[in-house]
Design a protein around this ligand. Sequence first.
Ligand code: ARG
Length: 565
Amino acid sequence: RKAISDKITQIVRNSNVYYELEAPIKRSNGKPVLQWSVKGNNSSEEEVFKVLKAVSSLKYDPDLVQEIRPIEGSGKTPSKVEFHLREETYVKSLLNQSDNEIPVERSHQHMVFEYSSPNIAKPFHVGHLRSTIIGNVLANIHQQLGYQVSKMNYLGDWGTQFGLLQVGVELLQATDERIQNAPIETLYKAYVMANKEAINDPTIADKAREYFRQLESGNQSPEVIKQWQKYREYTINELQTVYQRLGVAFDIYDWESLYSQKHITAVLQALELKNLLLPEKDGRKVVEVDNRRIPVIKSDGSTLYLTRDIAALLDRWQRFKFEQIFYIVENGQTDHFKALFQTTWRLKEEIDISKLRHVKFGRIHGMSTRKGQAVFLRDLLDEARDRMQEKQAQSPTTKVDVDSNEVADILGVSAVIINDLKQRRQRDYEFSWDKALQMNGDTGVKLQYTHCRLYSLLEQNENIDLNNVDTDPNCLQEPEALDVLNEIAKYPQILWQAKEQLEACILVNYLFGLSNSTSRALKRLPIKTEIDSRKQQHRLLLFKTAKGILKQGMELLGLKPLNQM
Ligand code: ARG
């Protein structure tokens, strides 16, 4: 595929015509065919036909391409060009893992992904869970495709609610030790307590506001500031253990409070200079976006979420000169990101609006644990692990020591991740433990199970030499074998599609397909009882390739592929 597309690119580059691979691979008279459609960007039919001719008359490797068929389209049917491939070369390239590498095109482009981004005072909720796992896979796919990627977590540690948090810590009389031991839970308790007390005691809200004002204006005592940094540090430490379970690692931790004082003043001046800052009667200052007036400065002079986000975006532009930046944040913040992108773009035109992407997602309903409504992510993952352990203990096929927490944890996390990523991200969905943890059907447990089967098959047949197999397509003619080959052939295009649409479900559903066709092939294509040793080799090579792709795909999704369960 790459050999052909590299050639076509030479011709198409200087025209208004573009081309795309139609279907991953189709078979015509049992032979593999790659079909590209050729379309015009406001260009005439003649121009398309000219390109079609030029593409068809290029010289291709005769070992690879047996025949080229240009098909002129008309009206609604697009023009196409079909490449009939030589079966031997095709099968050989699919089964040779080094040929299977994904074509990398624009590796110099820098993509920044900001995801997870929980708040220190408030608990990590399911919205943050979704952001974390969706952001992780999208960043991984870009990385796999050769882009330069930065994975960033932007912690919320600023705003009046943090004044409340501080008051809460005092009310709770939480010691430093207690906070260090269980930062997320303790700080949450403090926050809840302050909110509750504030209902009866109006001085609490005042105190919180004053506290935050001092912090923001830089007049807080060094001890308080130190304490503040400690909360952040403890929280990051605890978060990291959860991220580790989810297969997530960040390159960069930033936080909102980085953007106070100096940055904000610069933003306000720039807005002023471009006449974008409008005063309101009540002393607030606003920007106008889509005829809505959105505040950036409160009447007491303190800044808002949006103001800090503008400062942060300008700063990120300086630091990364990104090609694109992706914010993986729930649907509910759509207006915020509209305002952020439009305002920043007006401030600095080189940060073109096309570089700024809000990757939205819907809600999960009904996600609760035996403890009650899920508040802490850790509880949720623990519950997945415990339920998995119970299932493992009951299952007759379990091969590992069921007391081993690790396997149950990996399975539980796989279930939670796949259950989330298998639908389009903007859809809201209802969470069900039974569905998520199923062994059969489209679940994370199923993917792990297929991976384990392939692993043990390869282990049992280690004695079969897979080096220098002279590929012969006749050894893989059963429909089950052809199915798996087809799935293997689709993989690179699946990654590009998932990247284009920013949809992890494209990869997830592909892996279900790969896993299903592999399971069927495992039943129908035995190795031990096959007497033809060439067939044995080919089958094993086929399963090895399928396993390689399954493993890589699972890892891109944040799963840790198991060898035994
Ligand atoms: N901390 C925010 C929240 O929990 C999400 C931050 C999203 N990112 C951003 N740059 N605004 O709602």
